[in-house]
Design a protein around this ligand. Structure first.
Ligand code: ARG
Ligand code: ASP
Length: 701
């Protein structure tokens, strides 16, 4: 039977339409979504979410540090984020005498709150479409280089203008939809942010890597900070005289609880998504990039785990490194599987075919083919880049040698190098590094074509005969294999060291042979995507395809709304949407590091000393899942109910749904949040820091 073109189009696009709950929306344009939000239960207005004239929810949300979100919960600048977002700060304040990572930390008075040089939080003052301003002077037919320079100059002028008056103002101009639109984001940045409290890692990281990206989850992933300001409430550098910041808005804490089906709303800073990419881009990720990167990381994780299980010392030394490597490793596995299950490559190919027919002889003629061609040219370079970053760049000894060389060039280089070396050796175990080198370089040898390998590599392999022999010599003869020798070495000795040479030769090859090509091709790609993106929009509008577009995440403030919902990860299994403390007691095991809770916690549970922090069944709720569209950067985001009150803190997604950075499946994509009642329970009962609750406002208490 012959289907009409429109029917074919519609059925294909059904696979790409903004599904219910998909989307990361711009707060300033939220009036376009507010009808849908209200229909789904939200009781506030667009102005309540974002307003430049009055205090709104956006004034209670901050970009925390370089890539997390935080929210204000008291009139005195108290802020919540994740434990894994505050981890670096908690670690810096820790020492053998007081190990805050292990034991937790709670300031019992304002004086005890700990300053964190280098940490800042930013409030969004306003955002605005500035496309016309930014493209002023650009004429069709100009080259991309000209366009880039016009955008750069206009952006700089605008940023200078808007940040002229007012303390702590900072602005960025961001390209949305591949540069079809430009938005100004004006922030006020506060630099005096102090640590108020964090649970012990056995609570804040409960489940560790074992449970990471998983549901059912029981991680108490939160930490607490306070913003300080000068006496006029303006941003100021750290000073004893600073006073707690008085926010325009802070969240009230809801103790009303959450039920399957309840409306949820996430307000935060998602980092990066690619929802509109071409099938060829997805194919690379699913069939080439992800599988290779996963395999390389599996090899390294296996080596680490082997040595970690043999020694308590090594386990601690490599726990954070292992966690870092494992985080993306697990995410990619879900992503790959999810893309496959969603048949994203095929769906996109079919869409591209139809789009291409539609586009023939028009403005968007050939754009789909052009993108495919660029991906084709890019692929071997991308592959070489992926291998480089997952192999040569992961050799720890080479990394430190290169770092030390850089430091020795500085004035007080000796001192800086000593510091760097001390920090390095504290957590270094050479047999792991060496065995990882052998494992990943053998894969590299097998899988990367000769013309994408540096001459240096070929020479080394030729002269040693095998990766094993090469590794044996490198790790024996490098002066960095011996901390005492490394501490003595001068610049000349370092730059002729084999570990340094390894890093240097690879970097040189990458910078000269690979990077210029990938840079150019990526620029071409951006340009083609700018047309394709606009093309997709025009196409959907003119062909009456019901699709709501939202710009890909780029670490700017977004709204994602959905509802609390369980999911079925596999046939015959259904996961309920919430977990409780009972599950922690079920997992509790003093023998297993990830599941070993504090003794006091066991006692609290045995005594059922839960205070007012229980659900209807009398258990303390811990985590819940919902259908909100989130990604990395949304960690620490406030989870808000229909009344605009705080019900949780976002911190993760389920691994089966991590393809949501590319394609969203409402059946399986779930964000994971900490129930706010659990946060209060920990502060009140485990930490004994109940005085902090006096600052907060509770609803349903
Ligand atoms: N998966 C979460 C995210 O991507 C948490 C990562 C930190 N936790 C860990 N066990 N590695 O940020
Ligand atoms: N865990 C992530 C973060 O740190 C959140 C996610 O990827 O869902 O931002």
């Amino acid at each position: 039977m012959k289907k009409t073109l429109t029917i074919i189009l519609l059925s294909i696009l059904a696979g790409m339409t903004a599904h219910a709950d998909e989307g990361m929306w711009l707060p300033s344009l939220i009036s376009q979504r507010i009808g849908d939000m209200q229909e789904k239960g939200f009781k506030l207005s667009a102005e309540d979410i974002y307003s430049v004239n009055q205090a709104s929810l956006k004034d209670a949300v901050v970009l925390f540090g370089r890539g997390c979100t935080g929210e204000l919960i008291s009139p005195e600048g108290l802020l919540l984020t994740n434990h894994h977002c505050g981890y670096g700060q908690i670690q810096k304040h820790s020492s053998v005498e007081h190990d805050y990572l292990k034991d937790g930390f709670w300031a019992m008075s304002r004086e005890e709150e700990l300053p964190n040089p280098g940490l800042s939080v930013s409030f969004l003052e306003r955002m605005e479409d500035v496309t016309d301003l930014i493209l002023k002077g650009y004429e069709p037919g100009m080259s991309e280089d000209e366009r880039v320079s016009i955008v750069k100059n206009n952006s700089k002028a605008l940023i200078d203008e808007v940040t002229k008056e007012g303390k702590g103002l900072r602005a960025t101009v961001e390209a949305l939809y591949y540069g079809n639109q430009y938005f100004l984001f004006l922030y006020r940045q506060y630099d005096d942010v102090r640590l108020v409290g964090a649970p012990p890692s056995s609570i804040g990281k409960f489940g560790g890597d074992t449970d990471n990206w998983m549901w059912p989850r029981h991680t108490g992933d939160f930490s607490m900070f306070r913003i300080y300001a000068d006496k006029d409430n303006n941003p100021a550098e750290y000073s004893k005289d600073n006073v707690p910041y008085r926010p325009k808005k802070y969240f009230k804490i809801s103790l009303e609880g959450v039920q399957e089906g309840d409306f949820t709303f996430i307000y935060g800073f998602p980092g990066r998504t690619q929802e509109y990419i071409h099938s060829e881009g997805v194919r690379y990720i699913e069939q080439v990039g992800d599988p290779h990167k996963i395999r390389l990381r599996t090899l390294r994780l296996d080596v680490m785990s082997k040595y970690q299980s043999q020694s308590q010392k090594v386990r601690i030394q490599y726990s954070s490194k292992h966690a870092n490597v494992a985080n993306a490793w697990k995410k990619w596995q879900g992503e790959m599987k999810g893309i496959r299950k969603m048949k994203t490559v095929q769906n996109k190919q079919e869409f591209e075919k139809t789009f291409s027919m539609w586009a023939a002889n028009g403005e968007f003629d050939g754009v789909v083919e052009k993108i495919a061609q660029i991906y084709h040219d890019l692929e071997p370079y991308q592959f070489a880049t992926d291998y480089y970053s997952e192999t040569a760049r992961t050799v720890e000894l080479a990394g430190i040698a290169y770092k030390v060389a850089g430091l020795l060039e500085k004035e007080n280089g000796k001192e800086l190098a000593k510091e760097a070396l001390d920090a390095f050796y504290k957590d270094y175990y050479l047999p792991i590094d060496k065995e990882c080198f052998i494992a990943v370089m053998n894969e590299y040898d097998k899988n990367v074509p000769a013309e994408f390998k540096p001459e240096y590599y070929k020479e080394c392999l030729d002269s040693y005969g095998s990766i094993e022999a090469w590794a044996k010599d490198l790790f024996a003869s490098s002066l960095f294999a011996d901390p005492a020798k490394a501490a003595e070495a001068d610049l000349e000795a370092v730059t002729s060291d084999p570990a340094y040479r390894f890093y240097h030769e690879y970097a040189k090859w990458y910078n000269e042979d690979i990077l210029p090509v990938t840079r150019q091709l990526n620029q071409d790609l951006q340009l083609a995507y700018r047309d394709y993106m606009r093309g997709q929009m025009v196409y959907c509008r003119t062909q009456r395809v019901p699709k709501a577009f939202y710009p890909d995440a780029n670490l700017t403030l977004r709204v994602a709304y959905g509802h609390i919902k369980g999911y079925s990860p596999a046939d015959g299994t259904y996961y309920l949407p919430s977990s409780t403390m009972k599950g922690i007691m079920e997992k509790d095991n003093p023998e297993i590091f990830d599941y070993n809770i504090p003794q006091r916690y066991r006692e609290i549970y045995a005594a059922k000393d839960f205070g007012e922090w229980t659900d209807a069944t009398g258990e303390v709720p811990v985590c819940f899942i919902a259908t909100n569209h989130t990604t990395g950067g949304n960690s620490g985001s406030p989870v808000i109910n229909a009344d605009g009150n705080l019900i949780g803190i976002n911190f993760d997604r389920v691994w089966e749904g991590t393809m949501s950075d590319i394609v969203f499946d409402p059946e399986i994509c779930r964000n994971i949040s900490l129930d706010i009642r659990y946060v209060m329970f920990i502060i009140d009962k485990l930490a004994g820091a109940g005085h902090l609750l006096d600052e907060m406002t509770f609803v349903g208490r």
